[in-house]
Structures are given as C-alpha cells and as structure tokens.
Ligand binder design. Structure first.
Ligand code: ATP
Ligand code: MN
Ligand code: MN
Length: 370
C-alpha cells in the first residue's frame, strides 16, 4: 500500500503564466533580498544571473503562504543553489550577508541613486560613477556633463517623479487624457494598463492604451493630444515615437525589444485640486505635481496583444513569451501571436482569446503580479 506524503504541496509551474500571483506576497523578506541581487546584476549588465534570480523571486511571490522551513523549498521550480543558500541564511541569521554587502556597497548605492533619474540607465550611471561622481548635485553642477532632453527633465522634476503616483492621481490623469483625446475623436477609448490595472495602489508612472475603433483613424492622435496638453499649459515633457509597424514582420524571439506602436512618454503637470480626496496643505509651496505618463496607440487588430503586453508584470510577460515559444512553438509579442507549426497568425479580440490560443487558463490582471 502506498502512503501519501503528509502535506502534499500543489505543484508549482516554472512559468509565471501558469501561476496566479496577487499583490499579497507572503515571502517578501526573501523576494526583497533577491531583488537587491537582481538590481545589482542589472547594474553590471549580467543578464544571465538576473534571469535565474528573477524566476526564483517570481516563484516565491506566487506561493499562498510563507516558506516555514527549508523543506518547503523542495519541489519548487527555479530555485537554484544560490537562491537556496540566501534563503537558508535569512532563516538562520535574519539576513543575507551577500545582500547586506551589496546594500552597503558605494557603487550599488550610487548607481541606485543615478538610475532613479528619468532617462538615466545603468550605462550612464556607471559612466558618471567612474568619473568619481557620487551625488545628483555633483552631476548637475559638473560642466562637462551634457544631459540629454530626457535626463534634463528627469533632474528638473526629480522631486515629484521620484515619489510614487497614487491611484487617485492616476484617475485624475485619466480624466485629463480622456478629455483631450475626445477632442480628436469622440470614439477614442482609454484603458488604464501597467501596475494600476494589476491592482497596485502606487506606481512610478501611469500607463494608458488609447484606441480608435475605425482602422487607420489613429494617425495623428498622439500629436493632437500632446498639442492640447501644451496649450493647456500642463505639458512638462514629451517624447513622441511615431509608429514603425511597417518595419515589423512577425514576433521575434527577443523580448526586450520595444514594440512598434505610436506612443509617447510624457511628464504632465497635475493640479492637486483635481485629485479626489485631496486636502489643501497650507505648507506646500505648489498646487501641482509632475507625473510621468505613458500613452500607447495600437491599431484595433493588435489591441488585445497590446493590452496584454502593457499590463505586465514584466516577469509575467517574459514567461508568457517563453511558454509560447518553448511549450507551443508559437511566437508572442505586443502585436501578434504566430504559430510556427502552421505558419499562421492567430487572431484575438480579447486577452481571453490569447490565453485560449496558448492553451492556458485565463489569468486575471490582478493575478499577474509575478
Ligand atoms: P510601475 O507601477 O512601477 O509603473 P509597471 O508594471 O506599470 O510598474 P511599466 O514600466 O510602467 O511598469 O511598464 C508596464 C508594462 O509595459 C510592462 O509590462 C512593460 O513590459 C511594458 N512596457 C514598458 N515600456 C515598454 C516599451 N517601451 N515597449 C513595450 N512595452 C513596454
Ligand atoms: Mn507603469
Ligand atoms: Mn510605463
């Protein structure tokens, strides 16, 4: 007679798209530690090391309860020896020496500070670090440093855009965008995507998908939106990227490539009186806040793919694409799903259609916090 294990754990998939990951992270002590390592490897451009730790952290985020003992890790996918050693040390000592060393490392601290500026990535941050710069003020007053337009805006509005954006602020931004977009065409719909669609209460920006039901009508939408924001005096920064869909053939293997939709990265001036629940603060010097906003305009036939692609999380997106490629011989990106077995594009009107094509159970946006 076979005996069942005392406490059978449900099997956990190695793919985030086969797990339900809410914002209720029961293993934050461990995932916070892993995220420090991931960030540090991103700074040194070590992609391989990042992948492993990102997958491990994502598995831990999906667990329905905290890991209580080392035995709980048995049978979990994606936990490499390094990850296990870190978890073990946190169990035994309350913290990981490897993580503590990074946190107190001057280079890590400086790159974290520099890359917190809009428009500054690890490469630029590292360049400034190697020049001996350590503080934002030093960068700003260094005459030999030429900031590009994006970085200049990043410094100018640093105080505001380094603060989290609340859901109430995101809503107020949504009303503004809706109003200016409807001046261009009354049939424009706007959808909140990114972290807020996944249920987050705070974000680093606000992401919207704009859509017009009639094919081909979307040309000119974002230039018109930007123009109106400017005329209202609330456009602080804009970077418009015209559609390059003509150059796109079919989904590629490479995930980190940007999509080809018409889009813009903005900083807008949000009047605080427009934010629901706002209380007048007599001590504050200003009655507005600078907020980062991303707008994307996919053509109608790409809408479901764009919505899925811009809803995140980034790790969820990575695993969706990896699952499609390795388990289904399909290529997925923000524009389309391509079946390599039949050499055909699979059409989708909704996100549910895409999950169904992939033979996956539907995962709600709030369960995609992988
Ligand atoms: P936060 O709350 O910090 O903003 P987020 O999940 O909304 O978190 P974003 O960086 O705003 O993070 O990105 C939202 C989604 O859009 C992610 O899934 C990301 O993969 C996707 N995305 C972001 N920038 C681009 C881009 N240039 N091209 C294609 N997809 C992008
Ligand atoms: Mn976002
Ligand atoms: Mn964004």
């Amino acid at each position: 007679k076979k005996t069942l294990p005392a406490n059978p754990l449900p099997t956990v998939s190695q793919y985030a798209c086969q797990r339900r990951t809410t914002l209720d992270n029961h293993n934050k002590v461990f995932t916070d530690a892993l995220e420090v390592l991931i960030e540090n490897y991103e700074f040194s451009d070590n992609k391989g090391a990042c992948v492993g730790f990102r997958r491990a952290a994502s598995v831990l985020k999906s667990l329905p309860k905290p890991l209580r003992c080392l035995k709980d890790m048995e049978g979990l996918p994606c936990l490499g020896d390094d990850t296990k050693a870190i978890i073990e040390e946190i169990y035994e000592c309350g913290s990981s020496s490897r993580v503590e060393n990074i946190l107190s490392d001057e280079k890590y601290q400086t790159l974290k500070l520099f890359t917190s500026v809009f428009g500054v990535g690890p490469k630029t941050g590292d360049k400034w670090y190697r020049r001996g710069l350590r503080a934002l003020e030093q960068v700003h007053s260094e005459p030999s440093i030429q900031l590009n337009k994006m970085q200049a805006a990043g410094f100018l509005y640093y105080e505001d855009i380094s603060k989290p954006v609340s859901r109430a602020e995101a809503k107020a931004v949504g009303c503004i965008i809706e109003e200016v977009a409807s001046c261009f065409s009354s049939s424009v719909t706007i959808t909140l995507t990114g972290g807020f669609r996944r249920g987050k209460e705070f974000g680093h920006d606000v992401d919207f998908l704009l859509s017009i039901p009639e094919p081909g009508k979307e040309d000119g939408l974002l230039p018109a939106v930007i123009d109106r924001l400017r005329k209202q005096g609330i456009l602080l920064y804009s970077d418009l990227q015209e559609s390059t869909l003509q150059q796109w053939k079919r989904p590629s293997r490479c995930f980190d490539s940007m999509d080809h939709f018409q889009k813009c990265f903005l900083i807008v001036k949000l009047w605080t009186r427009l934010v629901e629940g706002h209380r007048e603060d007599p001590s504050s010097r200003r009655d507005w806040k600078a907020v980062r906003v991303d707008l994307v305009v996919p053509p109608v036939d790409c809408y479901a793919f764009a919505l899925l692609g811009w809803s995140g999380s980034t790790q969820f997106e990575r695993d969706l694409r990896r699952f499609a490629r390795l388990e289904r011989r399909m290529l997925l990106d923000n524009h389309a799903l391509y079946d390599k077995t039949t050499n055909t594009f699979l059409q989708a009107k909704t996100e549910e259609d895409i999950f169904a094509h992939l033979g996956l159970d539907y995962i709600e946006p709030w369960q995609r916090n992988a």
